[in-house]
Design a protein around this ligand. Sequence first.
Ligand SMILES: C[S@@+](CC[C@H](N)C(=O)[O-])C[C@H]1O[C@@H](n2cnc3c(N)ncnc32)[C@H](O)[C@@H]1O
Length: 440
Amino acid sequence: MMILLESTHSNNQSAQISFAPLVCAQDYPEIYNPKYDFLGQSYASMYPNLHKYPATMLPQIGLELFRDFKAEKSMLLDPYCGSGSSFMSGIEYGIKEFIGFDLNPLALMITKAKLTFIDSQMLLEEKRNMLNQILIQKFKKQEMVDYKLNKNPLDNITNLDFWIEKNAQDDLKIIFSCIKSISNITIQNLLMLAFSETLRESSYTRNNEFKLFRMKNHEQYKPNVVDIFSKNLESLVHDYLTFYQPKIQKISFNVTNSSFRAGKHSFDTILTSPPYGDSRTTVAYGQFSTFINEWLGYGEARKLDSKLMGGSKATNFYNKGFIKDYIFEIAKADKKRALEVSSFYFDLETSIKSMLDSINRKGKVFFIIGNRKVKNIILPTDRFIAEVFCNHGFKHLQTIKRKISNKSMPLQNSPSNRSGAISSTMNEEYIVVCEKYGAC
Ligand SMILES: C[S@@+](CC[C@H](N)C(=O)[O-])C[C@H]1O[C@@H](n2cnc3c(N)ncnc32)[C@H](O)[C@@H]1O
């Protein structure tokens, strides 16, 4: 077993990796399979995004995995389902029942919208009426506006005026109240995605970032909120009716806003893509979703990232299996970082263990993961996942390495957390495939 360290020399082979031999543990080799690269493809190559979400998975990967490993067509679990891409793989493969968990309310809103069947005529009619209502409300005098809301949602937004221009605030409130007055909850949920995109786009947030940063010259930004919403709404309804609705007529699903909880179901297949590290230093799912989560009254919106995997502080190093050597290596340079990294592995291990009993014998798990770099040390999270499963009654079938292209996540990070110290990272992903032992 080796620990991968990025070379510090700056010669013409500066991109090369040097190897520091360390303790050898059971190995879970990675095999590169170009078939899984899907070069140039993104989530949207197969399905348009109903709403942006960071680090979405390619449904094409899941579909190929199901075929290659002859997955059962029974109920599919995704314990970190995000915007529900794994379920799209399942639908293409012929699976009809889906169970998902995610701590981010926005993620579940997107997943529900993708999986809920709505009659076309009803949707188009509600959309038309709602747009008319918005125009009527907008041209009424302010004091006559009938918001039909119990609570002013603008009060939920922290630092409201810092983030959203005054006129935009009024228009957003009108649009929201018109969506809320739709009696059909599934239509409300779908159309709320257009509102959520509009909220983000019309705020002062820099739109090409997952984290919340205010744009430069924000004083000059005077968004036409109703126009932005109308465009988002048209493309949302078109994409839903064209790409999703025809495929979801005969499916059922249940998604829960929590970490995985064992219930009455057991599974032959898990397909998932867990976070690659804590939200603070990898992908800030919580920050990306802050405005809509706050707007909808989710009181913990600003704390979400600290509740996600690796978000809490560990008080001791993770010191099991072979990942401990990597953590000790990081600790030599920075104890605090080593504790942060430990926290992620503690959480990931606890999370995996919570689902073991819910997997049937011969059940297959597919975990898609990136191996992040901290302090110039590449952390083999794929091997960590394989090891946790193999320590608990599973065998490792394969780890497939694939090249990433088009994934909506930062390909550059600051491995030392020093500004300016940027190195490219995670150009590859790993698909860990394990199977629960069949014998009693
Ligand atoms: C890589 S994303 C999943 C993306 C998803 N496959 C998609 O295509 O949209 C990881 C997800 O894990 C969620 N998450 C992080 N920690 C979690 C936990 N402890 N329990 C459940 N979900 C968690 C995040 O909110 C995020 O949506």
